[in-house]
Every structure is written in C-alpha cells, then in structure tokens.
Write a new protein. Structure first.
Lengths: 275, 66
C-alpha cells in the first residue's frame, strides 16, 4: 500500500505575500521566478511612478489639515503597494506648508497610483498561490489572481469568466447601479477625491465604472444645495466596498476549483503508480 | 421628516445589495444563495432597527438638549 506523499511547496506563502507587499515581484523572486518578478516589478512600480509624475506627488495633499497623520493616508488604495506608498510619503508627504494648485493631470495621476496598489494586491494573491504550488508544477494562466483583477476592473466580470453568468450579471447590475445612483443623487460631487478622500477610496474599488464616471462627471462644480449629496456619497462608496466582497467570492471559487483539479491530478498519478 | 420614505427606499436598496453580496459570499451555488435572501434581509433590517433604537435611546438619554 502506498502512502500519499506530500509534495514540497515552492516556498512559505506568508513570506511571499509580505515580500510582494513591500516590493512588487520580490515574492516571485523568492519563489525562483525571476522573469515574472521583473515584469511584475516593472508594471506595478511603473504605474506608481507614472501616477506620481502626473500628480506631482500631491496625492496626499488632498487630505485636509486635521486629517494629516501618520496613519490616515494608509487607508488609501495606494497602500496595496507598500513600497511605493512609503516612498511617496518619504519623498512628497503632505506637500508644502502653503496651498498650491494641483496639476491638470492630477485625477489620472492618483487613479494610476491607486490602481498600482490594487494591482499589487492581486500580485500578492498570485504570490500566495504560487508559493503553495509544488516547485515542479507550472503556474497556470487560469489563475484566481487574474479572476480577482477582472472582478475589480468590472464588477461581475470575474464571475463571468468563471462561467457564473447569473451571479456576474446580478453583481454588475447591483454594484454599478449603486455607483450610478449615488453619482446621480450627489450630482457627481461624490467623485472628487479632494472633497471625499476616504469615500473616494471605497468607490475606487468598483474599478473602471468608477473611473469612467469620474472622467465624465468628476470635475463638476457644486453650484447649489444638493439635497441627497451625502446619501449619494454613501451609496456609491458602499457599492465600491461591496465589490471587495465580490472579489473575495471570485477568489474563493477559483481557489477551490484549482485545489479540486490539483487533488484530482494527484489522485490519478498515484493510481497510475500503484497500478 | 417629509423625505423619510425616500431615505427608507434608499436604505432598502443598500440593504438588498449588502444581503445579496453576503449571500453570494457564503453560498457557492446561486439557487441556495437567492433562497436565503429574504431571511438575510429580515435579519439585516432587524439588526439595523435594534441599532437605530439603541442610538435613539442613547441620544435621548445623554445628548438631548432642552
């Protein structure tokens, strides 16, 4: 009788995730995938640097004076790329002690630094999975991390690529509907990171729909009293935050399928060896 | 108070989204997730109602100004 042998993992998942959090790609370098590590580092940090360039590093100057503390900027999506975030805090911080005009490309710049944070979070998911795989197993392109990234980009898309059409459609309608309704109620005032730094972070988790809405309606000036401005702000932000739950659902489903197919393959191999 | 129905309608909408995503997160299959939705909604409404009541009592007790 043969006992099931444990295949050695590629590395410690916790270490791979932590390394990736500090330096994008470092986790994969630790797992012995230097090419992937290099590409990941170039893409994630390239996005962050481009964002810093476009925004003049003024992203955290959006925070009002009384909110500027050591931990408050850490609630921004940029924290997903901890190395980039710490670099920005060290080099630019909260800016000059006097007010100055934001560059015209400010909106695009902060969207890119934030996107870099979310992208690195997906990379951390990938590092975790790659660490748990046996060293001999080739990494799959049908990765849960990719499904999670798609689920962030468009709410429901991650479910759709998993073949869960009804769930994907319901998630899309519900979350994009909330974002749109919130924007309509707040007359677009909810889309300004300058006015609503933390709520903006919540809305950003709805991915492209939030960015498109901001591109279309983000620069509108508030010219009159908006009766449901706060309700709109909360609804849009809750819509974005709920997409994090949808992303977790996509990850859990993908991870289960991956584990099931891996155990099936192992069982078949063991049966062949026994025969 | 005149726009209370609008606020309640918006609350119901957000509650539905929270309950739906909660159901999806805990149930892999769509059918059981959708079946559990009314129960989840009821629990959510009751929980929020109790929380609202506690807040009102606290406000009345500690923060009311004559």
């Amino acid at each position: 009788m043969s006992s099931p042998s444990r295949t050695p993992q590629a590395g410690a998942p916790g270490a791979a995730v932590l390394l990736t959090w500090f330096v994008p790609g470092a986790g994969h370098l630790y797992l012995g995938r230097p090419l992937f590590a290099l590409v990941a580092f170039a893409v994630v940090e390239g996005l962050y640097l481009l964002g810093l360039d476009l925004s003049g590093g003024m992203g955290f100057e959006f925070l009002q004076e009384e909110l500027r503390g050591p931990f408050t900027p850490a609630l921004a999506p940029e924290t997903g790329n901890l190395g980039g975030f710490l670099w920005q805090m060290r080099e630019y911080g909260f800016g000059m002690p006097f007010p100055r005009a934001f560059p015209e490309t400010m909106g695009l710049g902060v969207a890119l630094t934030s996107a870099s944070g979310v992208l690195n979070a997906c990379l951390m998911v990938q590092a975790n999975l790659d660490a748990r795989r046996p060293r001999t197993e080739r990494p799959s392109l049908r990765s849960p991390a990719l499904a999670v990234l798609l689920a962030w980009l468009v709410p429901g898309l991650g479910h759709l690529v998993q073949g869960r059409r009804l769930r994907g459609a319901m998630v899309f309608l519900m979350l994009v509907g909330m974002l749109t309704l919130g924007t309509a109620l707040a007359h677009g005032a909810n889309l300004s990171r300058e006015m609503h730094f933390f709520y903006w972070g919540g809305q950003f988790m709805a991915g492209l729909p939030a960015m498109v809405l901001e591109g279309l309606h983000g620069d509108q000036r508030v010219q009159s009293f908006i009766p449901y401005a706060e309700a709109g702000l909360v609804i849009a932000s809750v819509g974005g935050m709920l997409n994090v739950m949808a992303m977790l659902d996509v990850f859990g489903y993908s991870e289960d399928r991956l584990a099931t197919s891996a155990s099936g393959t192992r069982a078949t191999a063991e049966m062949e060896v026994t025969a | 108070m005149k726009d209370l129905p609008v606020h309640l309608a918006l609350f119901a909408l957000v509650s539905s989204a929270i309950a739906l995503l909660g159901a999806f997160y805990t149930q892999v299959e769509d059918a059981p997730a959708l079946r559990s939705l009314p129960r989840r909604l009821l629990a959510f409404f009751l929980g929020c109602g109790i929380l609202g009541l506690v807040l009102l009592v606290m406000e009345h007790t500690f923060a009311s100004v004559d």
